[in-house]
Design a protein around this ligand. Structure first.
Ligand SMILES: NC(=O)C1=CN([C@@H]2O[C@H](COP(=O)(O)OP(=O)(O)OC[C@H]3O[C@@H](n4cnc5c(N)ncnc54)[C@H](OP(=O)(O)O)[C@@H]3O)[C@@H](O)[C@H]2O)C=CC1
Ligand SMILES: O=C(CO)COP(=O)(O)O
Length: 309
């Protein structure tokens, strides 16, 4: 384990708190900053070795801009644990951080990590990915523990997109369970969902194999099969006939898949990329169809080869 480091967590939500506890258990000095807390951002990031952002997508650009105006040592490593896409630019969180801090190392942390289980100290694995192998290896040593196994990876975009794109499929999976469609239907949905993720992710520059790792397939398996996932909960409740507005008003925490689905749909249309499951989720959000009608449309699509469709 490295010497104690100063780790600043941005965002006192479920994920920021859980990651803070892991670093603290490894004897690092942890400060958690929240926009509603008494600690100023300037005081929080002063003397930081690591700045880890676990804020929802909607706050990333704004907070990154505030930090840009502060005096940040060139040795600071940024970690992003947000799973979303910027609605204006379609940029991922790591692209936003890297653009604002071009000379700093930026590391993506993503994996099958339902925060409630991690808070209960159940074992889990994750991936830290960066263009800098040294930065990824350093971050792995800071967070690794007997209950949190951290793998390194050199495809930050692929790791980040795995965690982000799977949220839309988790919503569809929640709906699949809400409609009680069974295990075969779920297996088909998740597998075809992964195909969609690979298709768009690779067109954006991610590596195919990354989607078959912990941050892609691994996170799909976790969130598509657990009622702890907020995205899954959104889909499940849509299948029960609730409106999206009603669901989001009562949901505890952030379901990034809702915004991600909208951003994805626009990009897929522009790029002419087929994303049938995402499209059906989008249409359910728009109130155009019910989850059951979405199922019927997916089942009645043209017959085609399993690959190269
Ligand atoms: N929970 C989980 O299991 C996991 C979550 N993630 C990802 O981590 C991110 C955060 O998730 P989670 O912690 O669960 O969500 P929560 O809803 O619990 O917390 C969101 C956090 O973001 C902060 N925030 C939101 N908007 C802004 C803003 N404009 N400026 C500053 N801070 C803001 C919130 O601050 P405030 O409290 O002041 O509103 C809060 O600290 C999401 O992208 C999620 O997909 C990734 C892996 C696991
Ligand atoms: O990404 C997650 C687990 O890896 C958390 O999923 P939800 O955001 O759907 O709760």
């Amino acid at each position: 384990m490295p010497n104690p480091k100063s780790v600043v967590i941005l965002g006192a939500g479920a994920w920021g708190t859980a990651l803070g506890a892991i670093a603290e258990a490894n004897n690092h000095q942890v400060k958690i900053w929240s926009r509603h807390g008494s600690l100023s951002l300037a005081d929080a990031v002063k003397d930081a070795d690591i700045i880890l952002s676990a804020i929802s997508m909607q706050g990333v650009s704004e907070v990154a801009k505030q930090i840009q105006s502060l005096d940040i040592s060139p040795d600071v490593i940024f970690i992003t644990a947000t799973k979303g896409l910027d609605p204006e630019t379609t940029c991922t969180p790591s692209q936003i951080w890297q653009e604002m801090f071009p000379l700093h190392s930026v590391v993506v942390l993503s994996g099958p990590n339902l925060s409630k289980e991690i808070q209960q100290e159940l074992p889990a694995a994750t991936v830290v990915a960066s263009r800098s192998a040294t930065a990824a290896e350093f971050v792995a040593t800071v967070f690794s523990s007997p209950r949190f196994r951290v793998y390194t990876n050199l495809d930050p975009l692929g790791v980040e997109l795995g965690g982000t794109l799977k949220n839309v499929i988790a919503i569809a999976s929640g709906a699949c369970d809400g409609l009680q469609l069974g295990t075969n239907a779920k297996a088909a949905l998740v597998t075809r969902g992964l195909t969609e993720m690979v298709r768009i992710g690779v067109s954006w520059g991610a590596k195919t194999e990354t989607f078959y790792g912990l941050s892609g397939l691994g996170d799909l398996l976790a969130t598509c099969n657990s009622s702890l996932s907020r995205n899954y909960q959104v889909g499940y409740q849509l299948a029960q006939g609730k409106s999206l507005v009603e669901i989001l008003a009562h949901l505890q925490g952030t379901a990034e898949g809702v915004n991600t689905c909208n951003v994805l749909m626009q990009s897929a249309k522009k790029q002419n990329i087929s994303m049938p499951i995402t499209e059906q989720v989008y249409r359910v959000f728009q109130g155009e169809i019910t989850p059951r009608q979405a199922l019927e449309e997916l089942m009645l699509r043209d017959i085609k080869p399993e690959y190269n469709d």
